[in-house]
Design a protein around this ligand. Structure first.
Ligand SMILES: [Zn+2]
Length: 250
């Protein structure tokens, strides 16, 4: 098994908000980190054109990945229009075939935004479809189905406001600074929120939620996950095996 982890999320900054602390722990354990986003974040600006903000945000995402000595990939879908269709699934298969990860992280299947929910479904399918020779996607088939983990939804709740409880907590107390540093790379989003909230809401909200998850396992900061345990996916909890006492199961 190669020590390669891949986070595939909808938008630039999703990985940083939800799982970069855990990616940092994996990096320290000798893993190579890749972060992919379905879109370049083309709707995330009130002042730039789509092309301008896409270029800015891909650059920010690449800088954030670089802080983990990682690589950034963009699947070039469009914000708000992420679809569960053959073109999108093939793009996700291609990035998995290229990176060949043993662990994949993706969005929660229940979240505040449909982009996240459809990304979650696309990645679920792509993880096993990457090994299917007759897929239309390019690249060498990757037959090993990776361990698949879903991050918390934004604010830890579904669209009805009901809490979604993680079954796996990772203590990221020692990684909170790198999490803040990677999030701060997304300057275009940080400034936008600063203007609207008159405070550094971007970093503040991230830390508050990580502290909330931390409290649930009696530590300072944590990230929460659920593992995909459907048929054909790995059943062992590789995060627990790799990160030991940093991982608390509920
Ligand atoms: Zn997002």
């Amino acid at each position: 098994m190669d020590k390669i982890a891949l986070g595939i999320f909808s938008h630039p900054d999703d990985a940083e908000l939800m799982c970069v602390g855990t990616l940092s722990l994996l990096k320290k354990a000798g893993w190579k980190i890749h972060i992919a986003t379905m879109t370049p974040g083309d709707k995330g600006s009130a002042e730039h054109t789509r092309a301008e903000i896409s270029a800015i945000r891909k650059n920010e995402a690449a800088q954030a990945a670089a802080l983990l000595d990682g690589e950034y990939h963009c699947l070039e879908c469009d914000d708000v229009y992420i679809a569960y269709d053959r073109e999108t699934i093939n793009k996700a298969v291609e990035v998995i075939r290229k990176v060949r990860p043993s662990i994949v992280f993706t969005a929660s299947p229940n979240d505040y935004m449909i982009d996240h929910e459809l990304t979650s479904l696309v990645v679920q399918t792509a993880c096993f479809a990457a090994g299917i020779k007759n897929m239309e996607a390019s690249g060498t088939p990757f037959e090993m189905v990776p361990h698949l983990y879903y991050v918390d939804p934004l604010e830890g709740k579904d669209k009805f406001g009901k809490g979604i409880n993680p079954s796996i907590y990772v203590d990221i107390t020692d990684e909170i600074q790198i999490k803040e540093d990677t999030l701060a790379c997304h300057a275009s989003q940080r400034e936008w929120l600063r203007k609207h909230h008159k405070m550094d809401q971007y970093i503040v909200a991230m830390k508050e939620f990580a502290a909330h998850r931390g409290q649930e396992i009696k530590t300072n900061y944590a990230e929460g996950f659920r593992q995909h345990l459907g048929h054909s996916y790995p059943q062992d909890n590789i995060l627990k095996e790799l990160l030991g006492s940093k991982v608390v199961l509920k």
